[in-house]
Design a protein around this ligand. Sequence first.
Ligand code: TYM
Length: 326
Amino acid sequence: MIRVVSGIKPSGDLTIGNYLGAMIRWHEAQYEKDCFYFVANLHALTTRNNPVDLRNRTYDIVAWLLTLNVDPSKSTIFVQSQVKAHSEIAWILNNYTMLGELNKMTQFKDKSSKAGKDGQNAGLYNYPVLMAGDVLLYDADEVPVGDDQVQHLELARNIVVRFNSIYGKTFKEPKPTLSVTAKRVMSLNNPSSKMSKSESNDSFVLLRDSREAIIKKFKRAVTDSMNRVKFTPEQPAVSNLLTIYSGFTGIPVNEIEAKYENSGYGAFKTDLGEIVAEKLGELQLTFNNVRADVDKLDLILNEGAEKASEIADKKLSEVKNKLGLL
Ligand code: TYM
């Protein structure tokens, strides 16, 4: 059976970029594939977190997965730190990763340039190696992610080729699977940068934003002076809004363009705000119920960690044997 593995880092509140680029699709795979979805909390350690916040955001992500129909009886849901093999494989794989490869990682360059002097830690640099371990432990075939993670998965494939060429077939080459419509949702106030929870507040929409905030953010979203609702490279901001509209409604972009052919940006942005607010409002009701039952979330996570550990530990043992580690 095809195996699917993907993770989300609890470093801030989830945005509609996380939702449209990755999470919205995750439940679809679980009916015919073997799916593993996890909270990448070890990846969140590259920045300083308040421990209470980190714990809460970890549960939030689990509750969002359940809200978005990831079913623990079909998919394995777990937390990275509860499956010890992740940390262990990362150390091993560090020795099969070249500095030159890590130096090329655009996300590292971007994040380290913004992190300030105190943020220049080795965790940030080695982050993609931990991520490679996350998928290699499970022989993942497919990794449903947004565009920003593709380079990390290329590195994972390099590591696989390098390791397998020395020790014989050990790991499988993982392949990123991208959303057709929303592989990169852009910032609402700068269409040349990715929507990210670490940017300014009006540049993203959070899954937990209030109706008023959502409508206001879309009203204020930058457009351009052409005043026509068209998906073209000359209109990146409007194209991004069309992507979001299409992602939330399932309506193809050309049909949305036709609908707003004779209206300006005002009506388009107002409708978009209403659509997103309505959908997120519904999801928030479910989320609030699911999130309230922490005991149930813990039960799901305990079971998930057990199932994940069984597979991950087997792979780790195979690797350790090949390396001569007792
Ligand atoms: P993270 O937590 O930043 O994002 C989670 C998922 O959301 C996608 N995403 C987006 N997609 C489209 N447009 C956007 N603006 C946008 N913002 C985020 C991300 O591509 C991702 O799929 N390193 C990963 C977490 C991770 C992981 C893994 C993923 C750790 N180990 C192993 C896959 C496999 C991260 O920080 O994602």
